[in-house]
Every structure is written in structure tokens, then in C-alpha cells.
Write a protein of this length. Structure first.
Length: 474
């Protein structure tokens, strides 16, 4: 590669979250698109790029064939997940931008607009509240166009999109049962239909704490009751999803969102939407406001309205996607047995080195009483442990304490996933949590180790994490 380095390019072509702090060389998530020697179990928030992926993108030619390069990536994604050639793939600069893809794909299905049902806004990302409403979520777009967060994207706007958020946790912080969430969706669908609005229902497949809601059985029930009045959108932006699960959702005419910067292990930020062939065949023209957000090559060839998008390149997004798909392909070449061996060794080390010797406890990634159902979740769900740390430091540790600890851990050479609000304290406030997560490149690298070396590597890492946590918590 000639010209700017891959690291420099990969900090371009996104919104303000991608900018590095000149003092630290890190973004607001304390990561950067270059290899790092930090002990990072932060795939639930953002990754550093692996050395192998960085070498891969550094060796790529910088060429103006943006559309052709993205088309090649579409083919690689389909092959990696075993998808049919007619599955449409739309690329976006971040998972937050993917919300516009869902809205654009169903625009016009409701005479009075769209009723967007978001599940657990706190569990999927704060910016999604704006973008799911058809509004800008930052002060600039990936095209470098200045906008105002909260303003309607032309073509959507407040008159076209209504949104409700159904919390996935109750007042005590416990996950709600799938049936309860489905009942709330039923109620929302009935109200929206009466108002002449088409309903876009979000499914959470791997939230910030690993929840999968609602269940496939409840999704099937909603489809049977409401038919074409409802479109389903799967938020699998954590990328903790198997090929079989993607196929299950696509078979139900659901749109699937995935990002490359979480479990997949690519650098922040990148994302793609997988759409069944039926969407491309019946697609309405893209709303004019998407010309401020997307480039032409990021939408499949011939998509109605794509001709109004800029026909230039976003080399930063291209390299971020290249790195992510490189990691996806490496991971998908592993046998299920090899991946499971690594994931279970990690899971056991978190328990033996962090949970058992300390007051920390693991937050269950399923509603109370649903342990049997959770056992059917993909093995990738065990790549993430959300730790309740509220009993550290004498008890009563808060969400704000966890935020300070998260930053202080950097001084120990350790980066974990950011805190998330899922544990309630007796006073009604949110308790301290942090998340420990594997990534695809970590699974691939550890799969080469024999049994004893594998177990020892995770025990040593988790011991470092434990000691650092106890130190920063005082």
C-alpha cells in the first residue's frame, strides 16, 4: 500500500466516534485500528485489529474500484455464512447506520408511515434510538457532511416514523420472558395497524449482555398472527451468531444486521445488512436523505434510487470491512468442535479465576427460569460474560464506579467491555458491571494450542484481569 498507512485510512470515513484522541492515539472506546499489546477482552465494545488482519489490509492495493471491491466482499460474506447468491448485502459505516437500511427497505408499506419497535435500547446502543427514528445520530456523516443529531433524515422524518422501545429487562434488571415481549409487540402491532402504519419489529440476537429475544417460536407466532403487516429486523450487531441462525432468520423474511468490529474482531467501525431476495425485488426508491449517509457502491447494483448516491469511494470503510471479513473467514474455517473447545476453556477460566475467588458474579444472559432454553443458544453466546461487580470495594459499587474502573484498567494494560445497565442496587441505582469477551481472532489463535496450554493461557489472562480489577476497585 502506498500513500497513507492502513491505520490512518481506517480512522477516516466514519462519524465522530472514529476519531482518535491526539493525546492517546485511541478513540472514545480506548481502541485503535492498529495492533496492540494490551490484553483486550473487549469484543462487546470494540476491538483493536489483529496483527494478521493488519498485514492483510496493508498489502491490499489502493484502487478506485470501490464498487467492485465491495461486490467481491458480498460474495465472500455469502460464502462464509453459506448463504444463497440472491441474498442482498448492504454495507454501512457503522451498526448505527444500518438502521436506515431497515427503514428504507420497507418505506411505503404503510400508508401513514412506519411504526418501529425497538427492543432494549440500552442493550443495543444509544445512537440507534436516533437512527431507528429516521434521524441523524451524530454531528457529521461518513460522507463528511455536517448534520445535527436528532434532525430528521429527509425522506423519513417524524411524520413518517414512529418508534417505541420495549425494555428487555424489568425494573429489577432481570431479562423479560420472551412471551411477555411478544405480547407487548402484539399490542403495538394492533395499534399501528389501526393508524395505517407498517410495523418494523427488532429482534435482539446477542445484546450487550448476550440476550436473544424473542424466541423463534414467538417470532413464528407473531408472523402467523400478523402476516405482511410486520417486518422483522434482527440486531445481531455483536456478530455472535451462527450461519444456521442467520439462515433461520432469513427464511422468515427477516433482515439481519451484523457489524465487523465486535465478536468478528475487525477494527471499529463497519457493518452490513443481509436481506432476503424478496426485499431487493420489491425495493422502493431510496429516500433522498440517504445521499447524505451512503455511497452508491454500498448498495447492491441496480437498487432503486441508488443512482442518487455519490459514486466515489470510502477507503477507510473498505479496509475496515476487509479486516473484518478476513477474520470471519478464518473463524468459519474452524471446525465447530475446535471453536467449542476454546470457548468452553475461556468460560471455565472466567469462572475459576474471576467469579469463584471474588465477590463478582456472572449476569445470566437469559430470563429467570429459561436456563434450559438458553442451553440451545449458539455456542458464541458463551464468548461473553457480563460481570456484576457491585459487591467489590465493600459493596454498593455503581455503574459510574465501573466506568472509572474501565478506564483505570488501561493503566494495567487491560481493556474490557464497557459497563452496561443490567444490575439494580437496593437504592434503585444501577450497579457496577464490566464485560469480558472473546473475539473471532482470539478463538482462532487459541485453537492451535493443546489442552493444557489452552487452559493455562486463559487462566493466566483471567488471573491478570482479576488482580487488576481488585486493584482498581481498591
Amino acid at each position: 500500500m502506498t500513500g497513507p498507512s492502513a491505520a490512518t485510512l481506517m480512522t477516516s470515513g466514519g462519524d465522530g466516534r472514529i476519531v482518535l484522541d491526539p493525546a492517546t492515539g485511541l478513540n472514545r472506546y480506548f481502541s485503535a485500528p492498529r495492533p496492540s499489546d494490551v490484553l483486550a477482552y473487549a469484543s462487546s465494545t470494540a476491538n483493536d485489529i489483529s496483527a494478521l488482519a493488519y498485514a492483510h489490509v496493508e498489502a491490499l492495493p489502493v484502487a478506485p474500484d470501490y464498487g467492485e471491491r465491495l461486490e467481491a466482499l458480498r460474495g465472500r460474506i455469502r460464502r462464509a455464512y453459506g448463504l444463497a447468491d440472491d441474498v442482498a448485502v448492504v454495507f454501512a459505516p457503522s451498526g448505527t447506520d444500518l438502521e436506515y437500511v431497515g427503514l428504507a427497505s420497507i418505506e411505503g408499506r404503510g400508508t401513514a408511515g412506519t411504526h418501529n419497535v425497538l427492543l432494549g435500547a440500552d442493550e443495543v446502543g444509544s445512537g440507534c434510538i436516533h437512527s431507528a427514528y429516521g434521524r441523524y445520530f451524530a454531528e457529521s456523516t461518513a460522507l463528511g457532511i455536517a448534520v445535527k443529531a436528532g434532525d430528521p433524515v429527509p425522506g423519513f422524518g417524524d411524520t413518517r416514523v414512529e418508534m417505541i422501545d420495549i425494555p428487555v429487562r424489568d425494573e429489577a434488571g432481570r431479562p423479560r420472558p420472551s412471551g411477555e415481549i411478544a405480547a407487548r409487540i402484539d399490542k403495538g402491532v394492533a395499534e399501528a395497524q389501526a393508524a395505517g402504519r407498517h410495523v418494523l419489529v427488532h429482534i435482539v440476537h446477542g445484546s450487550k449482555t448476550g440476550l436473544i429475544l424473542p424466541s423463534l417460536a414467538d417470532i413464528d407466532g407473531l408472523r402467523e398472527r400478523h402476516g405482511a403487516a410486520v417486518t422483522f429486523l434482527v440486531d445481531a450487531c455483536q456478530a455472535r451468531i451462527t450461519s444456521a441462525a442467520i439462515a433461520d432468520y432469513l427464511a422468515r423474511d427477516a433482515i439481519v444486521f451484523v457489524t465487523g468490529s465486535k465478536f468478528m474482531g475487525g477494527p471499529p467501525f463497519s457493518g452490513f445488512a443481509l436481506l432476503p431476495a424478496s426485499y431487493a425485488a420489491a425495493a422502493p426508491p431510496l429516500p433522498e436523505g440517504l445521499a447524505t449517509i451512503f455511497r452508491r457502491g454500498e448498495w447492491p447494483l441496480g437498487w432503486p434510487g441508488a443512482e442518487r448516491l455519490r459514486d466515489d469511494a470510502n477507503p477507510g470503510l473498505l479496509l475496515r470491512l476487509e479486516a473484518a471479513i478476513f477474520e470471519l473467514e478464518r473463524f468459519q474455517r474452524l471446525s465447530a468442535e475446535a471453536a467449542t473447545r476454546v470457548i468452553l476453556a475461556f468460560h471455565a477460566a472466567v469462572r475459576s479465576q474471576v467469579i469463584e475467588p471474588t465477590p463478582a458474579r456472572r449476569v445470566a444472559p437469559y430470563p429467570p427460569g429459561d436456563r434450559v432454553e438458553a442451553e440451545t443458544h449458539p455456542i458464541e453466546m458463551r464468548t461473553l460474560s457480563t460481570l456484576d461487580l457491585s459487591e467489590l470495594a465493600g459493596g454498593g459499587a455503581t455503574f459510574e464506579d465501573a466506568g472509572r474502573w474501565h478506564k483505570a484498567l488501561l493503566g494495567h494494560g487491560i481493556r474490557l467491555g464497557q459497563p452496561v445497565k443490567c444490575v439494580k442496587l437496593p437504592d434503585g441505582g444501577w450497579g457496577a458491571t464490566l464485560r469480558i469477551g472473546l473475539s473471532m481472532p482470539m478463538v482462532v489463535e487459541r485453537a492451535a494450542l493443546d489442552g493444557e496450554a489452552l487452559d493455562r493461557s486463559f487462566r493466566d489472562d483471567m488471573r491478570r484481569v482479576r488482580d487488576a480489577l481488585l486493584a482498581v476497585a481498591g
